[in-house]
Design a protein around this ligand. Structure first.
Ligand code: PHE
Length: 453
């Protein structure tokens, strides 16, 4: 196979640029919208504990694996897997592309809601009947409009290239996001009666820790939140030239992502409890994906003038988080087209983006359909992708992977620990999760193909 034309693919200008982009991919709607409702479904702090253990034992080693494959081959996933493992492994790369298409299609619909909320919040136009308002925003032609607008923004950044588009975009948006997040978490401590909210969130009910549901929820959520199992971080690492310590980079990204999710909880839970909305979030969480969008504005409204400002800031932050993640989802598809079919980046971005915009339209008309896409593609297929990635790295290319990792990671002990986690822990745990998720995922799949409402 001929050497890839790395120079024309582009690359990151700085190491910080790569890390920030990877954090930008990881930190997204998953950290705010999804983490909070998974945590409230799953026993609050008990979920948080299992989640963290899962990130350490499975998430970080897998992220390191994705980084290794990307940097080693300097190619998009399908080509990288074929080069390292033969053509039998290329389909895994295509599964990644499918996930990129499928996740971004509904992700962009939710991101469209955040755009609409941000705009209406600034205009002070969020009505007090948030249930009805959400119904209006979330489905129908309005939702389609904002979904398409969001896709256009995503396409423009990705078409701008690695350095000039993706790196620059993250360099601007991520620091703003961090500032807003920390500001809001400090502000939340001043809320009246926030105490029970913190307690619910931070005090584990140990009985809930080891249930099967908590495990599967934490597994699915951690993959989604860390952008794992679909080649997004693999693709980003393929633009990385410098031989830095990939294990450490993975740790930084995972820590930042978990830190943001955790901090978002420090905002959402006190706010819910301060206004007695906690029962709503669980009830709504069961039936729709809209919990955060329905309950939070009620809390903000009860705060009067202050709430008018805070809700604008909150939804603008959500919008930045969504955009930097969407960029990485689109990049997986674009990289496959650029490397595989020699398309120009512009053509690839606009074509793939248009296809995704079209694919998302059913989700913009029906939140049940959206929820099923999230369960099947955003949860199940990511775990499946992660399972095969672990097998690939652990059993097909371990010597090469170890050699690549050694460039930058000096400690043999750390490398061996990583290898054991990838070989023995990740595949077993993920297989168990796949079995546990099978029924739910099958139902979601059936729901998708039958357009269940
Ligand atoms: N990690 C992103 C989030 O938490 C979503 C995402 C998943 C992005 C998979 C890329 C790949 O919102």
């Amino acid at each position: 196979m001929t050497a890839p034309a790395t120079s024309s693919r582009g690359s990151w200008a700085t190491r910080a640029g790569f890390i920030l982009a990877a954090i930008g991919s990881a930190v997204g709607l998953g950290n705010m919208w999804r983490f909070a409702y998974k945590a409230s479904e799953g026993g609050g702090a008990a979920f948080v504990v299992v989640y963290i253990v899962f990130v350490l034992l499975v998430g970080m080693p897998l992220m390191t694996s994705e980084f290794v494959i990307g940097r080693l081959t300097q190619e998009s996933p399908a080509r990288a897997l074929r080069r390292l493992g033969g053509s039998r492994w290329a389909p895994l790369g295509w599964l990644f592309v499918l996930c990129g298409l499928g996740i971004l299609a509904y992700y962009s619909v939710i991101a469209g809601w955040t755009m609409r909320y941000a705009i209406d919040a600034v205009r002070n136009a969020i009505p007090s009947d948030t249930n009805a308002y959400f119904g209006q925003v979330a489905t129908g032609w309005d939702a389609v409009g904002f979904h398409v607008a969001f896709m256009v923004l995503t396409i423009v950044v990705v078409a701008g290239g690695i350095k000039g588009g993706i790196e620059r975009g993250n360099l601007i948006m991520m620091p703003l996001l961090f500032l807003i997040l920390i500001g809001l978490a400090i502000w939340a401590t001043t809320l009246p009666n926030g105490g029970p909210g913190y307690a619910y969130y931070l005090r584990p009910q140990l009985s809930a820790v080891f249930t099967r549901d908590t495990l599967t929820r934490a597994a699915g959520q951690s993959f989604f939140s860390l952008s794992l199992g679909m080649g997004a971080l693999m693709t980003y690492a393929s633009y990385l030239r410098s031989k830095t310590n990939l294990g450490r980079e993975a740790m930084v990204v995972a820590l930042a992502d978990t830190g943001v999710a955790f901090t978002a909880g420090l905002i959402v839970f006190p706010l819910m409890f301060a206004f007695g909305l906690q029962d709503q979030i669980t009830q709504i969480g069961e039936s729709t994906v809209g919990a955060l969008f329905i309950t939070l504005p009620v809390g903000f409204e009860k705060l009067g003038r202050v709430g008018d400002y805070v809700d604008s800031i909150f939804f603008v932050m959500l919008f930045f988080a969504a955009l930097t993640s969407a960029i990485s989802l689109l990049e997986v598809v674009v990289a496959a087209l650029v490397d595989g079919f020699q398309w120009t980046r512009k053509r690839a971005a606009w074509t793939a983006g248009a296809a995704i915009a079209a694919l998302g339209i059913p989700a913009a008309f029906n939140t049940t359909f959206l929820g099923n896409m999230d369960l099947f593609v955003g949860n199940f297929l990511l775990i499946v992708g992660g399972f095969f990635t672990a097998l690939f790295v652990g059993y097909k290319m371990l010597p090469q992977a170890k050699a690549e990792l050694a460039q930058g990671m000096e400690s043999i002990f750390t490398r061996n620990t990583w290898a054991s986690l990838v070989r023995y822990v990740a595949p077993v745990v993920l297989l168990v999760v796949i079995v546990f998720l099978a029924k739910q995922s099958w139902d979601a799949f059936v729901g998708l193909v039958t357009f269940a409402r």
